[in-house]
Design a protein around this ligand. Structure first.
Ligand SMILES: [Fe+2]
Length: 577
């Protein structure tokens, strides 16, 4: 007699900005991906049709097999947004009308759309057995970190632009429980503060340009720190913070409008495209320091309240890797866990685990120790893409391919490296990466300006074997997800200049032999040739989302100027080589 084995599938969804889907089976992650990788629209906002279908295909199931579908948002919590709109009436009537217009558009496009989701999914995909849940945004963030962390108990700190109304949350995670301890609400938002500074500096906060402010900060001095910490982002002695929107308002900043007080203190805002000067660098350095100091202060409170030595971080602000470095070095917490999709995409992961562990009270059986949860493509599929594009290629076994790629890298080539399952989260971690020689000081400029077509000051990061991090940093560091910045040991800086930022820091990916053996072996091949156990690793994309499929990689290869493309076991060289 045959018995069918029953599995519990739970699907988590993020649908507004950085849309994504995550699927878990019996409490273990099966698949997770951002919709942007399929749609090729950065930070895709809207239902993640492709990502959800990929998750179901990866598991070999249909929606009829899914028992629970959980969304990362409670669309009916709009009250605080209305209060915000009224507050803006006091500051700027012009802004008020824009906000009302936008609010109406948002409600009809997205929040009401969310209420229709269960029906839409049933109608489009069939299957009516699943139970649909709307979950609090910051609880999803908290779950996305804690429930997949190695910790049995931990303090959890989540911070972003905003959820339904909460922007920052203190929680305590124990076993499968997550107890919120404090919620800080709009307009007091660390994410919105940083976004406003992003626009003040002439960058685009909708395009995710917050990275640029952090990169630029290393070049400046905190000349304006007093202004930010006394007038804009203040603390009140109760492990709380306050953003003074009369001085720097996120919504006005969206339209490059700033208060007289801000302009008087900081000088004129930088227009997009205007050359970057020392003052801009100093504004970035000052805002960065103000953010870091407030977060360290809040964490002191969270530590007191929980007594925990473990900390989980999530929310978009948790991508601030410079801040994370200070948290590791200066906060009272001994261990810190941040998963690779710490932003809203990761809420799909959190929604699924929150449902499985916290709501349904199932034991935790999963720890996220790598980011490779996206699609994988076979050598045949890769050959198909290369063949269709007319590119010549060779097929090589790993024992020949890896030493050859290492030799090319040591000889100065930039290689598009595509293998295995795509990363979940914004960092390329050796499966969809541009690789280059970190010993060459000119590589940063070459990659930023000739290949990736972006600003000169963007730092580039190293991948290194786990075992070599102690040598490079002078103390063992473990960060498989490239979310923390550390100071490079003095004697190592000149060895890998392309991946050491102007302030002598680097944001490493420590590569594990267990979770990515092929990439680990490639780094070891490079070490055999050069004595350096690190590669320069930056995401495989040119002004687009990171490549997902072999076709994306081939199209990028044809349109950009890098030297070689590796798709699994296939190697294509640029014709002139
Ligand atoms: Fe968020």
């Amino acid at each position: 007699m045959a018995y069918e084995i029953w599995h519990m599938y739970i699907l988590g969804l993020t649908t507004l900005g950085d849309s994504a889907a995550s699927l878990i089976c019996d409490g273990k992650l099966i698949a997770a991906a951002e919709e942007e990788r399929f749609s090729r629209v950065k930070h895709h906002s809207g239902f993640p049709y492709n990502a959800m279908q990929f998750c179901l295909d990866q598991a070999g199931i249909g929606i009829g097999d899914v028992e629970h579908v959980s969304l990362y948002w409670k669309p009916w919590i709009l009250g605080h947004k209305a209060v915000q709109a009224l507050k803006s009436l006091v500051i700027s009537p012009d802004m008020f009308s824009a906000r009302v217009d936008r609010g109406v558009a948002q409600v009809s496009d997205s929040y009401l759309g969310m209420l229709k989701l269960p029906r839409m999914i049933r109608r489009r995909y069939g299957g009516s057995g699943f139970r649909f849940r709307y979950l609090e945004h910051h609880l999803c963030h908290a779950a996305s970190a804690f429930l997949v962390s190695p910790f049995e108990s931990a303090a959890i700190f989540t911070m972003d632009g905003t959820g339904e109304e909460t922007t920052t949350m203190f929680s305590h995670g124990r076993g499968t429980r997550i107890d919120p301890l404090k919620r800080i609400k709009l307009p007091h938002s660390l994410g919105q503060f940083y976004s406003a500074v992003t626009n003040l500096l002439g960058f685009d906060m909708f395009g995710g340009d917050e990275w640029k402010v952090m990169g630029l900060a290393a070049y400046g001095e905190p000349e304006f720190y007093e202004f930010f910490s006394r007038r804009v982002l203040t603390t009140n002695g109760n492990y709380d913070f306050h953003v003074n929107i009369r001085v720097l308002d996120h919504h006005l900043a969206k339209r490059y409008q700033f208060s007289d007080e801000a302009l008087e203190a900081l000088g004129p805002a930088r227009r997009p495209g205007e050359p970057i000067n020392e003052r801009h660098q100093n504004i970035a350095a000052s805002a960065q320091k103000a953010l870091e100091d407030v977060v360290l202060y809040l964490l002191e409170g969270l530590h007191r309240q929980t007594g925990e030595e473990n900390l989980c971080l999530a929310g978009g602000v948790a991508f601030n890797s410079v801040m994370n470095g200070r948290i590791i070095n200066e906060s009272p917490f001994k261990r810190v866990f941040i998963q690779p999709a710490a932003g809203d995409a990761g809420c799909s992961l959190g929604a699924a685990f929150l449902t499985h562990n916290t709501i349904l009270k199932n034991q935790r059986v999963f720890e996220m120790d790598h980011a490779y949860w996206g699609p994988r493509f076979s050598n045949e599929e890769c050959a198909g893409a290369l063949g269709a594009s007319g590119l010549k290629f060779e097929t090589l076994p790993d024992e020949d391919l890896l030493p050859r790629v290492a030799r090319m890298l040591a000889g100065g080539a930039i290689v598009g490296w595509f293998q295995g399952r795509m990363e979940f989260g914004p960092r390329a971690l050796g499966n969809r990466s541009f690789l280059a020689d970190p010993r060459r000081a000119d590589m940063r400029e070459l990659l930023n300006q000739k290949v990736k077509l972006r600003e000169w000051f963007r730092p580039l990061a190293p991948s290194m074997t786990e075992e070599s991090s102690a040598e490079i940093f002078g103390v063992h560091r473990n960060d498989p997800f490239m979310v923390t910045v550390f100071t490079v040991a003095e004697d190592q800086r000149a060895r890998i200049p392309a991946v050491v930022h102007v302030d002598n820091t680097a944001r490493p990916q420590t590569v594990s032999r267990e979770t990515n053996p092929r990439y680990w072996n490639l780094i070891k091949e490079f070490e055999r040739l050069t004595g350096v156990t690190a590669l320069l690793n930056t995401s495989f994309n040119v002004q687009e989302p990171i490549v997902c499929s072999p076709n994306d990689a081939v199209r990028t290869f044809k349109g950009a100027s890098f030297d070689a493309l590796v798709l699994e076991n296939l190697l294509a060289l640029r014709p002139e080589q």
